[in-house]
Design a protein around this ligand. Structure first.
Ligand code: TXA
Ligand code: MG
Length: 347
């Protein structure tokens, strides 16, 4: 199959691309679409054979459930059942964070095919704020299942060319809207009702919506599989959060303390640096083959987040023996960056 990239940067091109995408989706095909987090591989969530095409293209194991995207807040009841004891909280979170990078895990509606949820009684739901995604899903008029548009276990794509690298020949169409604004997958949240006071929010996957963002509305805790205060990760609670996720092919090692790194003679190393600052103690540690800086100068975590996957792809192309990653501060979206680096790291 030939894979076409459709540009969307002019009104007429956008219109044509949306029509083409919706035609494919109605036929039960898969299409790669930009979202504000990463590019997704979308299909009609209510059509089991379309959903099967996603798993096939990604080589994704069937137990790993997909995220459903809604065309409108009011369509939540199509795919999920909102229990009365958390209804008010869900309404508040949706009002505050949708459309945007927050995914809610809720009891699933019967109409959702089992293959979407990997047989789980719950479903993961969000609404994308990306204008191109919105245009497609509004015209399609129903929920779209869309995991990240990478092959299973690989780095999520944050550009159309990265999707091409991952899925060329396996899907018919990619809508190109340039780089994704967030650069990391959505925050996944489970809500646990409390007898009194604020509900408990369990973060199943760290993402652009941070602990601080959520704290006004509930008591936030990290699920197993997410970093604790020291950044250590216990075994995951949900399927699909396997330790090998987000890995480049070149071995990557997260080195939390520069004193703990001794270069081996004859080995070629690249450095993934946070600020590219001498003071951080990494630049002088080796004769780096290449240094890739995520947020040059003062160090801004959202900037580092949106560049992370692009950087990992670029470093993977160098053919070095090992990529050494510096840590970033464990606050705000830095928690999500560190979680991805830990999963990508072989140590
Ligand atoms: O930002 C995003 O969320 C992107 C864009 C494309 O929307 N999507 C994305 O999907 O990251 P994916 O398939 O790469 O990750 C989905 C993950 C699963 O691996 C699993 O960890 C979690 O969502 N998940 C899905 N359904 C779940 C459920 N019912 N309970 C718990 N976790 C679930
Ligand atoms: Mg993924």
């Amino acid at each position: 199959m030939d894979t076409f990239i459709a540009p969307t940067d002019r009104a007429d091109l956008l219109r044509a691309a949306v029509t083409q995408a919706v035609d494919f989706l109605r036929e039960g095909e898969v299409v790669a679409l930009p979202t504000e987090t990463v590019y997704g591989l979308a299909a009609d969530a209510m059509n089991p054979s379309a959903v099967a095409r996603i798993f096939e293209a990604k080589e994704r194991p069937s137990f790993d459930p997909l995220i459903i995207h809604l065309p409108h807040r009011k369509r939540l009841a199509d795919v999920a059942i909102v229990p009365a004891d958390i209804a008010e909280t869900v309404a508040t979170l949706i009002e505050k964070f949708w459309p945007g990078p927050l995914t809610l895990v809720l009891p699933k509606a019967d109409a959702v095919p089992e293959s979407v949820t990997g047989g789980l009684p719950t479903v993961a739901v969000r609404m994308s704020s990306h204008p191109v995604f919105k245009a497609v899903i509004t015209s399609f008029g129903g929920p779209l299942a869309a995991p990240s548009a990478n092959r299973f276990g690989r780095i999520s794509p944050t550009s159309a060319s990265a999707v091409m690298q991952e899925l060329e020949g396996r899907i018919p169409l990619i809508l190109d809207a340039g780089a994704c604004a967030e650069g990391l997958e959505s925050t996944i949240l489970k809500i646990i009702p409390a007898e009194k006071g604020k509900p408990l929010f369990r973060i199943l996957r760290a993402g652009p919506v941070t602990k601080d963002d959520l704290q006004p509305y509930g008591k936030v805790e990290w699920a197993n599989g997410q970093p604790d205060k020291k950044g250590n990760i216990a075994p995951p609670e949900v399927p699909g959060q396997l330790p090998s996720h987000y890995a480049p092919r070149t071995p990557l090692r997260l080195v939390e303390n520069p004193d703990h790194f001794l270069p081996e003679a004859g080995k070629r190393y690249a450095l993934l640096s946070y600020r590219g600052d001498e003071e951080d103690g990494y630049l002088g540690l080796a004769e780096w083959e290449h240094v890739h800086v995520l947020s040059p100068g003062s160090g801004k975590l959202p900037e580092a987040a949106l560049r992370l996957y692009h950087a990992l792809r670029a470093l993977d192309e160098l053919g070095v023996d090992e990529i050494i990653a510096e840590p970033v501060p464990l606050r705000d979206v830095g928690v999500a960056i560190m979680e991805r680096l830990r999963r990508a790291s072989y140590l």
